[in-house]
Design a protein around this ligand. Structure first.
Ligand code: ZN
Length: 565
């Protein structure tokens, strides 16, 4: 017996969501447009976000439920969402009417039998009505109202008769949901012996639980959409952020940078110029990469691991938040956008535009462009160099490009394209977590006997022929490949174009590589049962919290501990 449409019942209390998390509530393309309309929007964003949340709260529609005896109950969205607020619109539900009947009956000092006798029904039938378990006909309601020296209009008043009654109604309703039943916790009857304090507490707990569930439920879809939106924006501007280039060029000039790699010393000078001190520490909270103490203007960085970790990049990213005027992200989209911006900020300092362009333009004239040269000239990782190449290639060299970082099982972690290459996508347009064709350079590189050198290949795809170069990156989390590619027409500028390696990809045709060959599949039909290794970081793409994924208590405890000294 289903009393409640489960999806609505679970979504209902979500209006109790934290107003500081408007993105969870707001589905809007409008917000997105505003977000991307430029830096000036930054100051007005929080207000707009709250408004959106409030609007959303009011726009929830009507859900229809079914009563225990199959009677249709009408569950009004807003009342469900904001149960303690009087509501002027819409008819009341049987439970509210029942509680109002009981309230009137007690107020007039009458028993169930007294009133039932007048209405010509049994006391138990009246009890069912008072408990909202049976929906009375209008004629019966009119009679009952008369028996209680009241009238129909009063009975149908939407608001619960008292705060206590409102709490009782809310508790009964929430205990009827499938979500509650699934918990297998005994329901509490909100009878007269249940103290109002306890009732408040129970209702409060139910609301908190509903909010947490709603946040979790909103997570992956919202996050994937935010990723897709951001990628669209990056594609439109050729992955080039002129504003950030201007800011970093100014910073380089102010700190008297003269060319070559950005050393640790230069980074220290930049931090000092901005009024910050960089402190390496061994006790950073595990959920963070860096922590910035804005009050004392200190950036805490991890202790470099055996020279492996490049703390220059981390320090510059932390400074990026300050220099770019980032406010606490209002939603996941903004969080992602800030991540992209600080990455860009750091990369544009580690590989300054002017010097990199001189190098790349010379290479283009010589028809000898290579990511490795950028990497070596600026002492950065291949990934940083490859990513930086995509920033400059389209804007300054007139080259459309694509870029990918994938795991050895082919799962996309990062990708960018403006050259028409077709990344695999899901229904929301998201590519994170999708598996690329096993015949693409990015995956073939893992099969090479020598993983230490770059591998180049031509690939015929459904959207044309591309030439790509890829390297394998060993990390504590496993092997990844970083690859950069250009359309066939532009390969003449690239070093490594003489390769004779070639492959054919028919993806997204499932017969290409995502389905096993028919003969193999037939032989194993019904006999294979693998267990997936879940990419939890991708599934939980949007952890809840102001700074997604960060343990805020850890961070504050950390700052407290350090500011003592
Ligand atoms: Zn394929």
């Amino acid at each position: 017996m289903t009393e409640t449409a489960p999806s609505k019942a679970e979504k209902g209390p979500s209006s109790l969501r934290d107003p500081h998390h408007p993105a969870l509530a707001a589905p809007s393309g409008k917000q997105t447009a505003q977000r991307f309309s430029g830096r000036s929007a930054l100051a007005t964003r929080p207000a707009a976000g709250v408004t959106a949340a409030v609007k959303n709260r009011r726009s929830v529609g009507t859900a229809s439920l079914s009563g225990p005896d199959g009677t249709a109950l009408r569950e009004r969205g807003p009342a469900h969402l904001a149960p303690l607020e009087a509501d002027a619109a819409g008819p009341p539900d049987p439970l509210t009417i029942g509680r109002r009947l009981r309230h009137l009956r007690k107020a007039t000092g009458k028993t169930l039998s007294d009133v039932a006798a007048v209405a010509g029904i049994s006391p138990s039938a009246l009890s069912l009505i008072e408990n909202g378990k049976r929906e009375p006909k209008l004629s019966l309601l009119t009679t009952l109202a008369g028996a209680l020296d009241s009238n129909l209009a009063d009975l149908l008043t939407v608001a619960a008769p008292s705060r206590r009654a409102a709490l009782e109604i809310e508790l009964v309703k929430v205990q009827r949901t499938d979500a509650f039943k699934a918990l297998d916790i005994p329901a509490v009857r909100p009878g007269p012996r249940l103290q109002t304090e306890a009732l408040e507490s129970l209702v409060g707990l139910h609301r908190a639980m509903a909010r947490i569930q709603a946040e979790r439920a909103a997570t992956p879809e919202q996050a994937r959409r935010a990723n897709a939106d951001l990628r669209d924006r990056m594609r439109r501007q050729g992955n080039y952020f002129g504003e950030i280039e201007a800011v970093t060029a100014g910073l380089l000039t102010a700190t008297k940078y003269e060319g070559g790699p950005i050393t640790r010393t230069v980074v220290d000078r930049m931090a000092a110029h901005l009024g910050f001190r960089l402190v390496h520490t061994t006790d950073l909270p595990e959920s963070t990469r860096t922590v910035t103490d804005l009050a004392h203007r200190i950036i805490y960085l991890p202790q470099p691991d055996a020279g492996q970790h490049d703390s220059r990049s981390l320090a510059l990213q932390a400074l990026g938040h300050v220099v770019l005027g980032h406010a606490v992200p209002q939603d996941y989209s903004e969080f992602l956008e800030q991540r992209v911006e600080i990455n860009y900020f750091a990369a544009s300092l580690l590989i300054p535009e002017r010097g990199a362009l001189a190098l790349l333009r010379r290479a283009k004239v010589a028809k000898d462009i290579a990511i490795e040269d950028l990497r070596d000239a600026y002492a950065v990782s291949y990934e940083t160099a490859a990513h930086r190449f995509t920033n400059l290639a389209t804007r300054h060299l007139d080259l459309p490009v694509h870029f990918m970082r994938i795991s050895s099982s082919g799962v996309i972690y990062k990708a960018y394209e403006n050259d028409g290459v077709r990344f695999p996508t899901d229904a929301t347009g998201a590519i994170e977590g999708q598996r690329v064709c096993r015949y693409w350079t990015a995956r073939v590189v893992f099969d090479r006997p020598d993983l230490s050198s770059a591998y180049q290949q031509y690939t015929d795809t459904t959207s044309g022929t591309y030439w790509c170069t890829a390297v394998v990156d060993r990390t504590p989390a496993g092997l990844f490949s970083v690859s950069v590619g250009v359309p066939y027409a532009d390969v003449k500028w690239m070093r490594g174009r003489e390769t004779s390696e070639r492959s054919l990809s028919r993806c997204p045709d499932p017969a290409c590589c995502s389905q096993p060959p028919a003969e193999l599949a037939g032989r194993w039909a019904g006999s294979a049962w693998p267990s997936a290794r879940v990419h939890s970081h991708l599934l939980a793409a949007m952890p809840p919290g102001v700074f997604p994924g960060v343990d805020q208590t850890d961070v504050l405890t950390f700052l407290d501990r350090h500011s003592v000294y």
